[in-house]
Design a protein around this ligand. Structure first.
Ligand code: SF4
Length: 468
């Protein structure tokens, strides 16, 4: 039998890429590949790229420069290393990668990685293989299921893609071009995935999609199901104790999703709901198709049914034409909503998007100053939110033993890391996968420290952040 070939995947960016990297492993495992943590002893290196961050493609080319050296070293010791570029940069720059980086054997877009075995074989035969078309077939129908031992090794939390692509065309965003039009997976396929994960020890599922709450997959009754309805069904899968979903668009929050937050104890009261700006003028220029007031109303609908709910968001500062008045509206919105955390970035143009053609770029120094002010406000809110847990008893889903002997690490409903020492007679390993009440004593940076509590969590005092 041929010795296993070693596979190293370096993944950048969003949860979807983390999920795709796992599925690439599932595709290549039956081909005799095993994962390695080291580039240097890999027979195949895959860069699973992200196009969201600034200068994404330049970063890929410099990484490829480093890989060329690793490949030369492997060749000197008589070993062949293949290199593949996958993900959104591969989709956006396919031919350009082939032209600029001869070291690359395979370029594969996010909708085609189920073809990796054939592409590697084609690269062997022809020197190169490129596939960045959106294939007619659904890749999910062709992806092998992960092996039970692989699922167990990945831990008690898992991502499941339910939807891909986006039809919203926000002016700054490449996703509609790199991931294509919105497509939802059928309900039955998602239930089967979740049941299989639960049977192999997974306790928490995060449903993912670029625009996850636009989900409209075919249901077993022949009708399109909403995300809320799908969540209701998945909450009934034995073994699943926590459900999450990401990333949502405010315009796609419907009654079913609100009802799911009202009715499902397994659905965590923590929602990532990007808004990008608090200025209606900038929201219109971004083609977001909602106002700041619309966004506030959506937040209010969640809060009306689930007082424990907390939010995170995404912000872009310095979008073309953003004035001091526009930026002040963003600060006002953040202050009013009160976030448990948020991601904020300076605007940078993405080639091929409408915003990249817009004049009135905001000077870099102004962007820097605005970003700093926004991040200070968000940090203060996050810190207040985390401090509010001290002295309370909260539910923690335990994920793994900690780095210190006898320590156990888990997460709260709000994804805050929580650390406890269960004490003598209690094996940390036996508690992994359980939701247990923890009395929080203190905070160390972003982690909560506490001890297992005999009493159930207190929900009397809402944990939602208040504006700083
Ligand atoms: S909704 Fe999200 S994924 Fe879709 S275009 Fe806008 S920012 Fe991009």
């Amino acid at each position: 039998m041929a010795p296993p070939r070693k596979l190293h995947i370096k993944s950048y960016g969003c949860q979807m890429n983390v999920y795709d990297a796992q599925r690439m492993v599932d595709v290549l495992t039956p081909q005799g590949f095993v994962e390695t943590a080291s580039v240097d002893d890999a027979d195949l290196v895959i860069l699973n790229t992200c196009h969201i961050r600034e200068k994404a493609s330049e970063k890929v080319y410099s990484e490829l420069g480093r890989l060329r050296l690793a490949r030369d070293e492997a060749a000197q010791s008589g070993r062949r290393m293949q290199i593949a570029v996958a993900g959104c940069v591969a989709q956006a720059e396919g031919e350009e990668i082939v032209r600029r980086a001869p070291v690359v054997d395979v370029v594969v877009g996010p909708q085609s990685y189920h073809h990796l075995p054939e592409l590697l074989a084609r690269a062997d035969a022809q020197g190169r293989a490129l596939e960045t078309e959106f294939p007619v077939e659904d890749k999910f129908g062709f992806l092998p299921q992960p092996r039970p031992e692989t699922i167990r090794a990945r831990g008690i939390s898992a991502f499941v893609t339910v939807q891909e692509g986006c039809d919203k065309f926000c002016a700054f965003c490449v996703v509609p071009y790199t991931r294509g039009a919105e497509v939802s997976r059928p309900v039955a396929a998602i239930i089967a995935d979740v049941e299989r994960l639960a049977d192999n020890g997974v306790r928490e599922i995060t449903l993912i999609g670029q625009n996850v709450n636009a989900y409209h997959g075919d249901g077993p009754d022949g009708r399109a199901w909403t995300l809320g309805r799908l969540l209701q069904r998945l909450a009934a899968v034995p073994g699943i104790v926590r459900l999450r979903y990401s990333t949502s668009h405010p315009n796609d929050v419907d009654d079913d999703l609100i009802a799911a937050h009202r009715d499902l104890p397994a659905l965590m009261p923590f929602v990532h709901l990007p808004v990008q700006s608090g200025s209606d003028r900038i929201l219109a220029a971004m083609n977001r198709k909602h106002s700041a007031a619309d966004y506030r109303r959506v937040i209010d609908r969640f809060r009306a049914v689930q007082p424990q709910i907390a939010f995170s968001s995404d912000f872009i500062v310095g979008f073309p034409g953003e004035t001091d008045v526009d930026f002040a509206a963003t600060l006002a919105l953040v202050t009013q909503i009160g976030y448990a955390g948020a991601y904020s970035f300076k605007y940078s143009p993405r080639p091929g998007t409408p915003a990249a053609e817009m004049p009135e770029m905001v000077p870099a120094a102004v962007m820097d100053e605005r970003l700093e002010r926004l991040q200070q406000l968000i940090d203060a809110q996050q810190s207040a939110f985390n401090k509010a847990a001290i002295g309370r008893t909260v539910d923690v889903l335990f994920e793994r033993a900690g780095r210190k002997p006898g320590q156990l690490v888990g997460r709260t409903a709000y994804l805050q890391p929580a650390h406890v020492f269960p004490g003598p007679g209690m094996s940390p390993d036996a508690l992994v996968g359980q939701v247990l009440p923890v009395r929080i004593d203190s905070l160390e940076r972003y982690s909560l420290l506490g001890e297992l509590a005999a009493t159930p969590p207190q929900h009397a005092r809402p944990l939602a952040a208040t504006g700083a």
